[in-house]
Design a protein around this ligand. Structure first.
Ligand code: PLP
Length: 362
């Protein structure tokens, strides 16, 4: 069995081949400008027009309501995690964090220097997304933060929770699930994502934020960290990562052409089902530790009966042309990341490898 180099990397992750081909075609001469998009001024009319079009496409793709601003920011999701507290909370104001895995812990750690962090819920071990009915929060908190998809643990809160009317605004880290299926953005105060999974290349992030949050005073900070000012200046307070922005735009356009988030929900559920079916039908040879209703449709982590077999599986997968299946060092094992760009064909090839490997080693 020799396969295409199917890329299951968790992020940076595979991009749609047609996007890369278009970028390749346009690399030296974009839009008839006689120069690469990365060589042109971000303040020139061609790039400004491109940026406006990308925002408009993203608004269509994600059904972003008019009372939200869309910011394109340099730095990753982790940078946003720190800046959320500086922009949307008063000094040492309480903020409530749902901790469902590694990335929720990171979010909390980034906010801790600036706010009075409280844990809204934290299952032990990390094997599910806690039921929003069990979250604890205070009406006086600046916000409640949760992670829509835990990229390492493969745990998802797929439905945006509806909190009671007197709850603080809800903020979602959707770095590894944005655009994977429809999402009720109108239930959120803000939602953010690093681009390097479903939205394109690393080096640019997206923050979608409701207007009233932008009016908050926040904490003393430099202008460059002021989201309201970034919104005023169309995310161009300083030189933005233009090439990444352009690639994000191509990826968003591709998702629209593919049928948008409804089409991706169907495809992603099918891909995930293919892998969970092999895992659950393996008589315990493959193990996924997440409770069924919290299983991610983007990241499927699993473990073989021993660390040696995990290593052998990874080794064999690499020899056959698979990329990126080694699990994150925080939990080990194997992880298949199956973002929007991964076709069913790649997942079928992995399922075939899993079945064959179990036959030989089970
Ligand atoms: C859910 C989630 N949040 C935050 C991050 C951190 O993103 P960045 O590396 O862009 O700071 C990641 C990275 O994989 C992630 O998966």
């Amino acid at each position: 069995m020799q396969t295409k180099p199917w890329n299951f990397s968790a992020g940076p992750s595979m991009l749609p081949p047609s996007v890369l081909r278009q970028a390749q075609r346009e690399l030296l001469d974009w839009n008839g400008q006689g120069a690469s998009v990365m060589e042109l001024s971000h303040r020139g009319a061609p790039f400004m027009e491109l940026a406006r079009g990308i925002e408009s496409d993203l608004r269509t793709l994600l059904a972003i309501p008019d009372n939200y601003r869309v910011l394109f920011t340099a730095g990753g999701a982790t940078t946003i995690q720190a800046l959320l507290a500086l922009n949307f909370a008063a000094p040492n104001q309480r903020a409530d964090y749902v901790v469902s895995g590694h990335w929720s812990q990171t979010a909390l750690k980034q906010a801790r220097p600036y706010v009075n962090v409280q844990i809204a819920a934290q299952p032990a071990p990390f094997d599910r997304s806690p039921d929003p009915a069990e979250w604890t929060w205070s009406r006086d908190s600046a916000f409640v933060h949760y992670t829509a998809n835990e990229t390492i643990h493969g745990i998802a809160q797929r439905e945006v929770p509806i909190l009671p009317a007197d709850a603080p605004p809800l903020i979602a880290d959707a770095s590894s699930s944005i655009a994977s299926e429809p999402m009720a953005i109108e239930r959120l105060g803000a939602i953010y994502a690093g681009a390097q999974k479903n939205l394109g290349p690393v080096g640019i992030s997206v923050l979608i934020v409701r207007n009233d949050l932008l009016e908050r005073e926040g904490q003393p900070r430099a202008d460059i960290f002021r989201y309201a000012l970034q919104a005023e200046r169309d995310s161009m307070l300083n030189t933005p990562p233009t090439f990444n922005w352009y690639l994000l735009g191509l990826t968003v356009r591709w998702m629209l052409e593919q049928g948008g988030t409804r089409a991706f929900r169907e495809r992603n559920e099918r891909k995930a089902h293919t892998l969970y079916e092999v895992i659950d039908g393996s008589d315990g040879f493959y193990r996924n530790n997440v409770q069924p209703d919290s299983r991610s449709i983007m990241n499927v982590p699993f473990f073989l009966p021993s660390a040696d077999l995990d290593a052998l599986f990874v080794q064999e997968s690499q020899r056959l042309g698979f990329i990126g299946l080694k699990g994150h060092k925080a939990i080990g094992g194997i992880r298949a990341s199956i973002y929007n760009a991964m076709p069913q064909e790649g997942v079928d090839a992995l399922a075939e490898l899993m079945t064959d490997f179990k036959r030989r080693h089970g």
